[in-house]
Design a protein around this ligand. Sequence first.
Ligand SMILES: [Zn+2]
Length: 683
Amino acid sequence: MISRKRILSGLARTLGVSLAAASVGAATALMEATPGKKDYPITPVPFTQVKVADAFWLPRIETNRTVTIPFLFQKNEETGRLDNFAIAGGLIKGKYRGERYNDTDVYKPIEGASYSLMAHPDRELERELDAMIAKIAAAQEPDGYLFTARTCDPAHPQPGIGPERWVEETVSHELYNAGHLYEAAVVHFLATGKRSLLDVAIKNADLVASVFGPEKRHGFPGHQEIELALVKLYRVTGSEKYLALAKYFLDQRGREVKLTQYPRGNRFAIYNEPEQIQAHKPVLEQDEAVGHAVRLTYMASGMADIAAIYGDPAYLAAIERLWANVVGKKMYLTAGVGSRHDRERFGDNYELPNLTGYLETCASIGMALWNERMFLLTGEARYVDVMERAMYNGILAGVSLDGKAFFYANPLESDGKFRFNQGQLGRAPFFGTACCPGNISRFLPSMPGYVYAVKGDALYVNLFVQGEAAVEVGGTGVKVRQQTRYPWDGAVRIAVEPESRSAWTILVRVPGWAGDEATPGGLYRFADTAPEKPTLKVNGKAVAVVLDKGYARMTRNWKKGDVIELNLPMPVRRVVTDEAVKDDAGKIALVRGPLVYCAEWPDNGGHALDLAVPDDAGFRSEWRPEMLGGVMVIRGKAVTRAGATGGSSASQAAEGTRSLVLIPYYAWAHRGSGEMVVWLPRK
Ligand SMILES: [Zn+2]
């Protein structure tokens, strides 16, 4: 028998949620076996225990709850995605509509809505979910199979899914769809205590576990996702067969590859290229990130789970190698990955084009999921540095400020002509393949779960977000209050209120960018030195900032009313890229705190690609409350490049100088389409 506490902490590790919000009794009944396994040494503080009152994040989370999630539900109805379940279940007559992975577009906003329900109970939303789940349950075949692209009309299967179940899995996405079902089901159960969707997920997972395995059908998913989802299902049920299946799928990848050979030019041919799906080598032998970027980040996240729970050093070594390759050679400054539109894939080492870079929103989310897990395994702040870059830049750019338009691709440059966003120049309301909007809808409400973590008698403060948290550190209940205007201002006030006076440790992250590390891994470095260093005070008294794995460590007898003041100076800083990156040669990017900045046409005389920033140019920041939801802009002077797209007027062109205004990258493309640039020439 497993204690409730064990379930709670186990779940918190990868879900960032608390069973306290759900029916603990039901969860206890679900436990089948004692895991007897290791786990992540560090546990995130569940997001249900973190109340965000932050001027930056709260509006985005609220817009997600009140606009994006209902909008996605509406799109799922309009485009037949929800009807596919009703048709498969015989509730209505009709034909399957859309791509074979469209079931996931229904699952993901259900997961997002479930996260939202935990912070904001909402009877009506819960009823809406009940109605959707009834259709999903109806679509499930008696033995547990759930894949509407086949069940709607098994005699005439959709293109790419094969004539029978599983025979074309690397193309069909049957297991990818299942993974998103499990993730949604687990969060829905935790939010509502209802087993309706969880039972559907378990029935499906039991079928998958009965089909695939060492002595059964051999195979692995074409698109990774089910691995990390099976781990979540294991955490909520305690059933080790899900864990074993997750490991089996990872271990099987890159072995016994029998992929259908499609003729050249066939639209499915790309799904069966071993490198594209990271099946060119066993996962433990991979040391370069190749192929489809989202697949790789999900795979690495699943591998981190296995590394933690099995305590397998080979798994840890493999993801550390992949991580070093990604952050050292293949990551953009926004922590986006995936250089090529062609096959949504990683490019070669140092291949980081700006105009044609892909940087799928889902891949940035994948980077956050992966880097969070790397932190939980190692306690190293550099992983949180990457996660933070992804959150404030690569991910947040993926959704408009009004919550109703989305980027699939997130390039660092636009010429106002290249239609980089699935054929659009700006954010689009929806896509034929709509993975990114749903992914945003579930990431944002889970974001408070990334702020704090606990290991024994130590509390990690990872992100700077105004609000309150109730945590347990070394057996003592502690209230933590953060006050900050981050990311606009680096002053962070952390007040602690322990139940009783006792000795424990607070580890406050001092981001690499606040010192001399633009990003971990060395691909990007500052072209200047920090004019001021971070400072730390406890109860008004200066304390030396001594870093341990990137954290300022403070152990003392903390008492009610103790206050830590961290000050992270936020000057505008110049970043350059390793010279092996040709696309950024002779260029700088400007950053301020965790934010990457860009010059966009409306602020710069209608153009941005003609600007150059000399090394002696100075910059200042200016708070603009009325602009783009409130942003700190960067102001300075630029010179106009001869032969570029032209200055705003003849006199300015003759002078060769122009005022320069930069905005945070996440806020671009809200004022019509035109030029935008992150990497500015120095001459
Ligand atoms: Zn996507």
